[in-house]
Design a protein around this ligand. Structure first.
Ligand code: NAD
Length: 382
């Protein structure tokens, strides 16, 4: 009998605590909805005054304050940071969506040259959703070029790298001198020079650092290299900023040198890793069974490369003689390790390791922090 009473009392307490938890969860959702309403008010003010959606300093400040508060409330600061990062990203996407359907230059016409391609379709969609008139000129449409170019305010080249320069020359014969001629090619110096030479009007070089499957431009980087008449080109840059992109201004040469490493070296090293695995006929599934999350993460990057369009990566890797030269130096540098390995020269390895660690300097701390975050995510999911 006593047991029964005790059990009943326990059930009652549990039921009332669960009710309390439900009530708190409901409050939490109501608070999130109130937060969303406040965000919407901020978004319309930002839209009215032409302010950017993403405010990195404000977001970092908010995260620091919530982490500190979490500590005081005996909550895990990492967990609270993660929740707030999700909430903030959600807010940014809501804000940019509300800006996405508003054209910076209402009534303008955009010609997507290469508009049937992956990036052409993706960006054409963004311009079209913002209310621009979007026309497409792809490789079979040149007979119709004169008509397609009439009244165009922006001609955006979205063709393969190898034909960008000749396409700039070809299209410039049809567009008006007031039209902005821009490109989205992954290298900038050559196309910018060709566009400036071919077109007397406003010229702009862009490099969206995202692919065609990107659904939200929130925090995506667009590199802008100024060509001519920045004032007439400003609406194009502002339009990307309104879609949530972070604009990074650079000289074309500086951009290309950075891309030699960011894209050329990275993709080539990934290609070489995949090439070696396939040539050695490694049993991938089996290696994954023994794997650390780091191996899984790296293998994910390799597998991802080979799941995409080979032409795109050929374009990137073979983009310029300087880039190919850098990649040859990379391969030669790797070959220098053969002696060290054959001679089991551990001392030479350690010396080189320490030298490299010193060269990386304070970046190592950041690398540990960011990669730990990714590894934890992998463990959570797989
Ligand atoms: P894609 O091959 O999917 O599209 C290229 C389009 O250009 C095709 O529709 C093709 O028919 C058309 N085309 C080819 N020659 C033409 C010509 N002479 N006249 C008119 N149209 C022509 O390539 P993509 O991935 O969309 O890349 C296009 C550009 O975007 C490249 O310069 C690339 O460097 C750049 N880019 C690509 C990515 C990406 O992830 N795919 C990211 C950033 C920048």
């Amino acid at each position: 009998m006593d047991d029964k009473i005790a059990k009943k009392q326990l059930d009652d307490v549990l039921a009332s605590e669960r009710e309390r938890i439900d009530e708190l969860d409901t409050n939490l959702l109501e608070l999130l909805a109130k937060r969303r309403d406040a965000i919407n008010r901020v978004a319309s003010l930002k839209r009215e005054h032409g302010l950017a959606v993403y405010h990195p300093a404000r977001e970092e400040d908010l995260i620091s304050k919530r982490r500190a508060q979490a500590g005081r409330l005996d909550l895990d600061p990492d967990m609270i940071e993660e929740i707030f990062r999700k909430v903030l990203r959600g807010s940014r996407i809501t804000q940019t969506r509300s800006l996405a359907d508003k054209a910076v230059k209402p009534g303008a016409t955009v010609l997507m040259v290469g508009g049937l391609g992956a990036m052409g379709q993706c960006l054409g969609q963004w311009f079209s959703s913002a209310g621009y008139t979007v026309r497409v000129l792809d490789k079979e449409d040149w007979d119709n070029a004169e008509k397609l170019c009439q009244g165009v305010d922006l001609a955006l080249l979205s063709v393969p790298i190898a034909v960008t320069e000749q396409t700039a020359r070809r299209i410039s014969k049809f567009i008006s001198p007031a039209c902005v001629l821009a490109d989205i090619t992954s290298n900038k110096a050559g196309p910018l020079k060709a566009m400036l030479k071919a077109h007397p009007g406003p010229v702009l070089g862009l490099h969206p650092m995202f692919g065609p499957t990107t659904h939200a431009l929130d925090k995506q980087i667009v590199v802008v290299t100024q060509g001519r008449d920045g004032d007439s080109c400003r609406w194009v840059v502002d339009q990307f900023a309104d879609w949530g992109a972070v604009i990074v201004n650079a000289e074309a040469e500086e951009h290309d040198a950075a891309m030699d490493v960011v894209q050329g070296l990275r993709h080539f090293a990934t290609f070489a890793f995949g090439q070696f695995l396939s040539r050695s006929d490694i049993d991938l599934e089996r290696t994954l069974e023994f794997s650390s999350p780091i191996y899984r993460l790296e293998l994910g990057m390799v597998g991802r490369l080979f799941a995409q369009d080979p032409e795109l990566y050929a374009d990137i890797i073979f983009s310029s003689p300087q880039r190919r030269e850098l990649l040859c130096r990379y391969v030669e540098g790797l070959a220098q390790n053969i002696e060290v390995l054959r001679n089991a020269d551990v001392d030479a390895f350690l010396e080189e390791f320490k030298r490299i660690a010193e060269w990386f300097g304070p970046f190592s701390d950041q690398a540990i922090r960011e990669s730990t975050f990714l590894i934890d995510k992998m463990i959570e999911r797989f």
